[in-house]
Design a protein around this ligand. Sequence first.
Ligand code: FES
Length: 167
Amino acid sequence: MLSKKYPKEVKQILSKYPPEHKRSAVMPLLYLAQREEGYLTKAAMQDVAKVAETTETEVAALVGFYTLYHDKKEGKYRMQVCTDLPCALRGADEFMESLCSNLGIKVGETTADGFVTVEAVTCLAACDKAPMFQTQGPDGIKYHENMTVDRTMELLSVLKKSGREAG
Ligand code: FES
């Protein structure tokens, strides 16, 4: 249960909203609930609904709408590459194709070792810095701009190495 597992964080999140508007805390509560596993189980969504005094349907709708929430387990890291038009004009499609080929996967798939899932997303507000992507993983969300496939493969190996050292 969310408030038993993270009592301090839940209290801190709720303190930012009027007690009669706990529902406004859904987004940060979801982010907290997703932190550990990288995705939200049905039970986690039920917990969030309970804490925020809203319905499970509303919570599930938010999870479905926002690209930063996930309802199934995938790679330890998610690499979300912007392939929207301005980025495509700066080579995002070629970058994506070459990256996926290097990783041996297709867009939307996870590498065989379960380390990374590559997804195509729309504008991440760095249109003049494509190819660009954000990584979402145990260390939070990070932007990577003006990337090449070589630098991306290097980044992945650094992340893997730091994960081994930490774990
Ligand atoms: S179109 Fe890619 S970041 Fe805006």
